[in-house]
Design a protein around this ligand. Structure first.
Ligand SMILES: NC(=O)c1ccc[n+]([C@@H]2O[C@H](COP(=O)([O-])OP(=O)(O)OC[C@H]3O[C@@H](n4cnc5c(N)ncnc54)[C@H](O)[C@@H]3O)[C@@H](O)[C@H]2O)c1
Length: 250
């Protein structure tokens, strides 16, 4: 029961890794605010998970919307003890196809969205005297993929932001980053279906480059995230943990 009496603020909470983390938090006695671009789905998922979770609509690229979501969480759930900044979208393609608007959207959702969640939740946690933040990068932050410049730059930015925020967050709040490899979620399902025709074949194709010969699950990512969100990692801060079945070192 690592999250008893704890409230976790989760961006991108309506799906995938964010949702799986909320489920684990509730299973271990806590509750969560699921903050998502798709507010209806966030509210529906909050109801499905139970445990007092709430769903809130916000575009994390908009600072005011993130600030409002933080305020609404404190008003409804009494505070914030942890943040998971998981909202994001994946888009790939040759650099020549990216105009300024598309590039800025990628950077403002990922780097901006992570920055705003940290900026507005940090004072709440500092006032409470405790807290933990987990940001979400990607293996794209540490390895090269073809046609992946804006996403890779955004994710490397998140890993950098995590390291730089460590001093301001301390002594009350720890901040760590999880860098997922290929994980089966709402983000990758359409890609798997497009490449494989069905999910099984899709995973076989995407898993071929991974030493463990399979993709990760959202639950496996949630396990690493919950380590950082909980007191199990009470002496760990500023780190990036790659969770990828061995891909980046192979
Ligand atoms: N699935 C993977 O293979 C993988 C690999 C590396 C990194 N990641 C990262 O993990 C994080 C979670 O993704 P996931 O795989 O669970 O995908 P997902 O699509 O299942 O969930 C992402 C959620 O973020 C929400 N979202 C997107 N843009 C938003 C915005 N501007 N404001 C608020 N909410 C927004 C979506 O509505 C969705 O509910 C993302 O940051 C993603 O880049 C995923």
């Amino acid at each position: 029961m690592r999250f008893e009496n704890k409230v976790i603020f989760i961006t991108g909470g309506a799906s995938g890794i964010g949702r799986a983390t909320a489920e684990r938090v509730v299973a271990e006695g806590g509750t969560a605010a699921l903050v998502d671009l798709d507010g209806d789905r966030a509210r529906q998922v909050a109801e499905e998970i139970g445990g007092g979770c709430i769903g809130l609509a916000a575009n994390v690229a908009d600072e005011q919307q993130v600030a409002d979501a933080v305020r609404a969480t404190v008003a409804a759930l009494g505070g914030i003890d942890g943040v998971l900044a998981a909202a994001g979208h994946a888009e790939f393609g040759p650099t020549a196809e990216w105009d300024a608007d598309r590039l800025m959207r990628m950077l403002s959702v990922h780097v901006g969205g992570t920055f705003y969640a940290c900026k507005h939740a940090l004072p709440v946690m500092k006032q409470r005297g405790r807290g933990a933040i987990v940001t979400i990068a990607s293996t794209a932050a540490v390895m090269a993929n073809n046609n992946n410049v804006p996403y890779g730059a955004a994710k490397a930015g998140i890993a950098g932001l995590t390291r730089q925020l460590m001093f301001e967050a301390l002594p009350e709040v720890r901040i760590n980053c999880v860098a997922p490899g290929r994980t089966i979620t709402g983000m990758t399902t359409p890609l798997m279906l497009a490449r494989g025709g069905d999910m099984e074949k899709g995973e076989e194709i995407f898993g071929a480059a991974i030493p463990m010969k399979r993709m990760g699950t959202a639950d496996e990512l949630a396990a690493a995230i919950c380590f950082f969100l909980s007191d199990d990692s009470s002496f760990v801060t500023g780190q990036t943990l790659v969770v990828d079945g061995g891909e980046t070192i192979s």
